[in-house]
Each structure stands twice: as C-alpha cells, then as structure tokens.
Design a protein around this ligand. Structure first.
Ligand code: SF4
Length: 183
C-alpha cells in the first residue's frame, strides 16, 4: 500500500534532518522550502542548498517557492521592533504556513506540516494553532507536532554532526540578525 503524501515545510537543514528520517517511515514526504524571511540572500542560498543536499541524500523531492522578500516585508510592517517570539514572528509563521497549506491543496497532498516547532525558541503552542488554521483555510490536514520533544533534539544533534550540516546562529530575518550582529 502506498504511503500518504506529506508536504513538510522546512525552514533549514538542522531543524528538518531528524523529521525527514522519522516522517519518511510512514509518509511519502516532499520538502517545501518557502522562507522569504531569510536575510540576506547569501544566507538564504546557504540554508536552501543545505536542505537540497540533505534531501538528495535521503531521496526526498524538494519544492522551492519564490524568495519574495518584498511580500515578507509588507506582512511585517509596523512589527519591525517586536522582540523575537512576538507578533512579528506570528506573522512570519503564518505567512509560511499558509503558503505550505496552499501548495499542499493545489498539488493534492493529504497532509502538511512544518519543521518550525523543532527550533529551540519556537513555541509549538503558537505555531501549531496557526498550522491548523491554515489547514482549515485550504482544506488540508495539518500534522500537529512539537518536534523538540521525544528525544528528537538529541537525534537531530547527532545527525547534524554526522552529516556535517551547516547550522546558522540567528533565526533568519534582518531584525534577528541585527540582534546577533549589531551594526
Ligand atoms: S525572528 Fe525568526 S520567526 Fe521571527 S520574524 Fe524573524 S525570521 Fe521570522
């Protein structure tokens, strides 16, 4: 019997490596790379290329959607000074989850989900309800999970080391970068 199809929105390699391994046991997984929040373009390319390398290794197809940074900046107007974890992040999650849900609906996927909840500072209680809402909007089932739990962080650490995966030191947008590297 064929496995159900699953579109996994992935934010980066380190957050998704252990999820790919786990989900592939029960689903036919496709990676969905839609992250117009990432700044600058060189960093975007680095994270994307790492996802492509991992997926090639695991034989997982990858969909890359447009790197439409203008659209991202429009979504977060007025929220530039919000702290990490605040309302700017909610808009940022929502934008990416909605695009994943739309792609999943348009391309006949049975489930969609996201690697976002595996991030150390990413709260599943904020992200999962946004995924459910996006799923309801587009009529696709959202796979609710907190990927930090159940020993997965340790598993991810081992795989990152084993496969020598590039790991960034800031969340992604220009504001999170400025926090790490003030000019
Ligand atoms: S800190 Fe991260 S989640 Fe928040 S807006 Fe920036 S890129 Fe998005």
């Amino acid at each position: 019997m064929s496995k159900p199809s699953f579109l996994l929105h992935v934010c980066c390699g380190p957050c998704s490596i252990a999820i790919f391994e786990e989900l592939s046991q029960n689903f036919s997984v496709t990676a969905h790379f839609y992250n117009p929040n990432i700044h600058p373009a060189e960093e975007y390319a680095k994270r994307k290329n790492e996802v492509l390398r991992i997926c090639q290794d695991l034989n997982i197809p990858v969909v890359e959607e447009e790197y439409n940074t203008k659209h991202w900046f429009e979504k977060i107007v007025g929220l530039e000074d919000e702290p990490e974890g605040g309302t700017r992040c909610v808009e940022c999650f929502k934008m990416r989850l909605e695009q994943a849900a739309k792609y999943a609906r348009d391309n006949g996927f049975e489930y969609f989900g996201t690697s976002l909840t595996s991030g150390r500072n990413k709260r599943a209680e904020i992200i999962n309800p946004l995924g459910i809402q996006a799923g309801e909007k587009y009529g696709v089932k959202f796979f609710e999970e907190d990927w930090k739990k159940g020993g997965r962080q340790e598993m991810a650490r081992q795989l990152i080391k084993q496969k020598n995966i590039y790991t960034q030191d800031y969340c992604g947008c220009v504001y999170s970068r400025l926090k790490k590297y003030p000019e």
